[in-house]
Design a protein around this ligand. Structure first.
Ligand code: HMG
Ligand code: MG
Length: 299
């Protein structure tokens, strides 16, 4: 399969990134990050999450955050919603696109959202109905697609079954999450090949955490499988509080650099993205997780 001319990046730093930070981040610092990403030309920003603040305290200010975002035309500012309550809160906060999240592993589903996979899918049905009514687009996630912190290997067929349920209920795109970053390029190709038996490749996205340093290789493997949408996190922020040991998502700067090298357009200004990632790294008092940013900033 030939490589695409253009790839769409879904920036998950403000959500997947900051949800896992022990350092509290103020709403104004989150707003600065969202603004910096907007200025860098990012067209999709997952900015927050309408989940229980008892489960993920770092996402508590999401309504205030959405009220403060200076929206730029053509940019999607999205949020996670685990249940109808989360959807309603997101709607009230002016969110125009949400994401629901299921898992391919029963144990992870219980740990992450306190219900079975099938219960989670049942919970999403009223969200889909309400979303249709209000003209809200819904993206779907499947977690643990290349391994689970509690169950180990996950069969691609199981991922395909959950992804297919999300697609069939109306998610316009399903992002396959390597939550703990154990996937390798070979496993990634097999996974997309199996899932593409049920869902068109153009409706799938890749979401790679970089725990084992495989994420960029997995993205390249996915490109060869005809995947054209990838989730990434500025400065490599992130992890999931319910996946112990999972480090950050693949750094957006590194993905943009990879794609530029392949002649693939993203619409993102790499220098401005690096500035955004360094600013939030400074605020968090942590090292920048992007290799490209570190190289450029020390050059
Ligand atoms: P539960 O305890 O089973 O829910 O949690 P409940 O319905 O029994 O409610 C318990 C309490 O939570 C009640 O409050 C509810 O009002 C409240 P109380 O009476 O105790 O004061 N509540 C809510 N509050 C705010 N917003 C809501 C909401 N719903 C209930 N939406 C629940 C179930 C799903 C709420 C909980 O498990 C939860 O919030 N989990 C979120 C976990 C999470 O955010 N994980 C990280 C995101 S997923 C991820 O990172 C993976 C991804 O990146 C892809 C990948 O890498 O694989 C997407
Ligand atoms: Mg994630």
């Amino acid at each position: 399969m030939s490589l695409p001319q253009r790839v769409r990046l879904v920036e998950v730093g403000p959500r997947d990134g900051l949800q896992n930070e022990s350092h509290p981040v103020s709403v104004s610092d989150k707003l600065q990050l969202v603004q910096d990403l907007t200025d860098a030309g990012v067209s999709y920003i997952e900015a927050g999450s309408f989940v229980s603040p008892k489960w993920v305290p770092q996402m508590a200010g999401s309504a205030e955050l959405f009220a403060g975002i200076q929206r730029k035309d053509g940019v999607i500012y999205a949020a996670l919603a685990p249940n109808l309550r989360g959807f309603e809160d997101a709607l009230a906060a002016g969110v125009k696109e949400i994401a629901v999240f299921a898992a391919a592993s029963e144990s992870f589903s219980q740990r992450n959202i306190n219900c079975s996979i099938s219960e989670s899918l049942d919970r999403f049905l009223p969200i889909m109905e309400a979303a249709r009514l209000h003209g809200i687009s819904v993206r779907g996630y499947v977690s643990c697609v290349l391994g689970c912190p509690y169950e180990g290997d996950i069969a691609p067929k199981q991922v395909a079954a959950v992804a297919n349920e999300l697609f069939a209920m109306g998610c316009y795109e399903v992002s396959l999450g390597d939550t703990i970053g154990t996937g390798t390029p070979g496993a990634t190709r097999t996974l997309f090949d199996v899932v593409a038996g049920q869902i068109p490749r153009g409706k799938l996205a890749g979401h790679f955490h970089d725990t084992y340093g495989q994420a960029l290789a997995n993205i390249y493997a996915s490109l060869l499988e005809g995947i054209q949408v990838f989730d990434s996190s500025v400065a490599g922020l992130g992890g999931c509080p319910y996946a112990k040991g999972a480090t950050g998502n693949v750094a957006s700067e590194d993905v943009v650099y990879l794609l530029q090298g392949l002649g693939i357009e993203t619409g993102i200004d790499l220098d401005k993205l690096i500035t955004a990632g360094q600013r939030i790294s400074d605020i968090l008092g942590r090292a920048n997780g992007s290799r490209v940013a570190k190289a450029r900033l020390s050059a």
